[in-house]
Design a protein around this ligand. Structure first.
Ligand code: GLN
Length: 451
């Protein structure tokens, strides 16, 4: 713990942590030492972790990196983080992220962007760590913590993991409790870890997931032996390759990485099958209707009355307007406008309802495909890490980066990103494995083989 505390202090230029809690960390580590000496340690006893600023942590400032939450300090703990502390994990601090988890580059945080510890060969330009869990991914990649919590609404665990050479898994919707996680789009949001190895991610996810009466969408299901699955191998597994993911304009190196992954799995005894997910092309538009719609409803609670910042006006309406206009950043405001529009009367049927129907079709595509395969292999992202400002001027360009990840959220399926190679200029590239509902084990088996 002491080594990580020092490393965090020495790496502030990366801007990965927005709150450091060294005293708390060292006290927790001492308590862990005492437990370990008595042989009573939990599954994560003494493991120093970073926590995405989306998780409410009792007595420690939690703002989801938004101005509107001001200095908000929760009086309660999220279920996921409580599960970690109950098993002996140590909290190093809170990690930077895109404001309310809306973004793919960590450029929308009120605390400023996070810097990816990786650089292109022969080029000193700073790169984004991806988003929204950019702080989580960068801190794991730079050895500022053993592992970190993250969250994934449309790819925010998997894409930053791919951009930083780390492992990230989003479980089946409902596996992890959303209680105490600042809400973005409730039907898509899931918790998960970013870690150094597939095995670490299995150990972490096992502790994070639990049935929770405080979240009505939480599933009451057993957690299988995920750690054991990591080394089980893929012999006899059928791996589906969806033809619709061979997008026009996909770079050669991403295509080559995918072929390499296919070859590795084949050599390890898996059967490769061609599958079709015909509604894939509608996933991104459906996601960028459903997610802002739910966000506009969830973020209605930030009215200057209950939490954080308030800009006092001459009357209530002015107070609402002043608070929301100054508290929310540009990308969040864009999403609230889109979300309110697609939910408004007259447009609801044309946009929101239609997007929900598309969502069912996307799920049905997967259900059908899983009749002939046990897991689906795709690239995690269409490109390696990009530079600051490269996509932030054009929201559609930024949204396109999520093309391979949003489908798993829309369908509620588990997905893992595993580092599988390097780009021509030396940046990490990730492969994604999507499993059947509740079959994270398949993600860990294939992930373990690809690692
Ligand atoms: N990049 C996507 C978005 O901006 C996904 C974010 C996330 O998963 N939290 O909505």
């Amino acid at each position: 713990t002491q080594a990580f505390v020092s490393a965090i202090e020495g790496a502030r230029v990366l801007n990965a942590f927005v709150v450091e809690t060294p005293e708390k960390a060292l006290a927790m580590a001492d308590a862990s030492d005492a437990k370990l000496a008595k042989g009573t340690g939990g599954k994560l006893e003494g493991a120093p972790l970073g926590i995405k600023d989306l998780y409410c942590t009792k007595g420690v400032r939690t703002t989801a990196c938004s101005g509107i939450l001001g200095e908000f300090t929760p009086t309660y703990e999220s279920t996921v983080t409580q599960n970690l502390w109950d098993q002996g994990a140590v909290m190093l601090g809170k990690l930077n992220m895109d404001e309310f988890a809306m973004g793919s580059s960590n450029e929308t945080s009120k605390f400023g962007n996070v810097i990816n510890p990786w650089r292109r060969e022969g080029d000193n330009q700073s790169l984004t760590p991806g988003g929204s869990s950019g702080g989580s991914a960068a801190s794991v990649a730079a050895d500022l913590c053993l592992a970190a919590t993250a969250s994934d609404t449309g790819g925010s665990i998997r894409q930053p993991a791919a951009f930083t050479g780390t492992v990230g898994i989003k479980p089946t919707y409902g596996r992890a409790s959303r209680y105490g996680m600042v809400a973005f789009a409730s039907s898509l949001d899931q918790a998960g870890p970013i870690a150094k190895t597939v095995e670490d991610s299995a150990i972490l996810l096992d502790v994070m997931c639990s049935h929770d009466a405080k979240d009505s969408t939480s599933l009451d299901v057993e957690t299988p032996d995920w750690r054991g699955a990591v080394t089980q191998g893929v012999k006899g597994m059928r791996i589906g390759i969806p033809k619709e993911y061979r997008m026009d304009g996909m770079s050669e190196e991403i295509d080559a990485l995918w072929e390499q992954g296919i070859a590795w799995l084949k050599a390890a005894g898996a059967e490769i099958v061609d599958i079709s997910l015909p509604h894939t092309k509608y996933a991104l538009p459906a996601y960028y209707i459903v997610a802002p719609a739910e966000a506009s409803s969830n973020l209605a609670r930030y009215d200057g009355m209950r939490y954080g910042a308030r800009v006092e006006g001459n009357n209530l309406t002015q107070t609402y307007e002043g608070t929301r206009a100054s508290g929310f950043g540009k990308e969040v405001q864009r999403r609230l406008l889109i979300g309110t529009y697609v939910l408004s009367s007259g447009y609801y049927d044309a946009y929101y309802l239609r997007a929900q129907k598309v969502r069912t079709k996307i799920l049905n595509d997967f259900v059908e495909a899983f009749e002939s395969c046990d897991a689906v292999l795709t690239p995690t992202c269409p490109s390696p890490a990009f530079a600051f400002g490269e996509k932030s001027g054009d929201p559609v360009e930024m949204y396109l980066n999520d093309v391979f990840t949003v489908t798993a959220n829309l369908a509620g399926l588990p997905g893992i990103s595993v580092p599988a190679g390097l780009s021509k200029n030396g940046l990490p590239l990730g492969l994604q494995v999507i499993g059947k509902a509740l079959d994270e084990a398949a993600c860990f088996r294939v992930g373990g083989e690809l690692e």
